[in-house]
Design a protein around this ligand. Structure first.
Ligand code: BTN
Length: 256
């Protein structure tokens, strides 16, 4: 099946700050371009049915079946949050997504460090936050969210992917889900602005494999250790000490 390659935005509604696209390289790129044009403010959602250059974490590509899954970017003006709070900021986004998926299915959701959304041992959603940084200020962030909603089969390269449909049997509407997720993320960002300790403790309450043995990869070395939690800067706290974000990966899955 051939898919349209042309960007085809419907007229954005100013009431709900939503731009729906048929196809785009990456909603994160699209949202970033609107920011740089001065055409985006806090709360703008860019949603698409298809990405031809969707970006994942660590420079990977994010693939998704046409029209089946949520691919959205939310523009956020983080102020008065400051750059050292970037990890908590991504935690607030993950918690906002968790709030939403827990309405679909109550149990077994966790956040796999640093910010993947897991149901049992399966990945249901990933987050890619990109920021506009000017000197020490942080005027804008783009929270890119890829969530497997209605896709029923996944390629063998990602054997631990799962969709909401596989979990609940229900079909999910992309636009409604995107707008609901925007609301729950915005609540979590407000909570973070008022009480960062609360965001951190809620993250730790929902942390994947907390108090269990995890496998951590540092360079070519693999370490099995007990995970105690994370701190406000995103360091992983284990019985073998702390590991900085970017220094290690948790390796007990196939697409994290
Ligand atoms: C991950 O690797 O887990 C993060 C995946 C983030 C994918 C989403 S899809 C919408 C937005 N646009 C992108 O190009 N990437 C994010």
């Amino acid at each position: 099946m051939s898919h349209p390659r042309k960007e085809n935005p419907q007229v954005p509604s100013h009431d709900n700050q939503l731009i729906e696209l048929d196809s785009v390289d990456s909603t994160n790129n699209y949202a970033m371009a609107r920011i740089h044009e001065g055409m985006a403010t806090d709360g703008l959602v860019c949603l698409t049915r298809h990405q031809w250059a969707g970006k994942g974490q660590r420079g990977r590509t994010w693939h998704s079946e046409f029209g089946q899954n949520l691919m959205m970017s939310l523009v956020i003006e983080p102020s008065p949050l400051i750059l050292p709070q970037q990890f908590l900021f991504s935690a607030a986004i993950a918690l906002g997504i968790l709030d939403q998926v827990r309405l679909f299915e109550e149990n077994n959701w966790t956040i796999k460090w640093p910010n993947d959304i897991y149901w049992n041992d399966r990945k249901a959603a990933g987050i890619l936050v990109e920021s506009v940084i000017k000197g020490k200020t942080w005027p804008f962030a783009v929270a890119g969210i890829g969530m497997n909603l209605n896709q029923e089969k996944f390629p063998p390269e990602i054997p631990n992917a799962i969709s909401l449909k596989k979990i609940t049997g229900n079909h999910y509407e992309l636009k409604k889900t995107a707008l609901d997720i925007r609301s729950s993320i915005q609540k979590r960002i407000e909570e973070l602005k008022k009480d960062p300790d609360q965001t951190l403790s809620e993250l730790n309450l929902s942390l994947y494999k907390k108090n269990q043995i995890v496998s951590i990869k540092k360079g070519t070395d693999i370490l099995l250790t007990r995970l105690f939690g994370v701190d406000a800067l995103g360091n992983l706290l284990t019985e073998n000490g702390g590991f900085a974000l970017g220094e290690v990966r948790m390796t007990d899955d196939h697409n994290g």
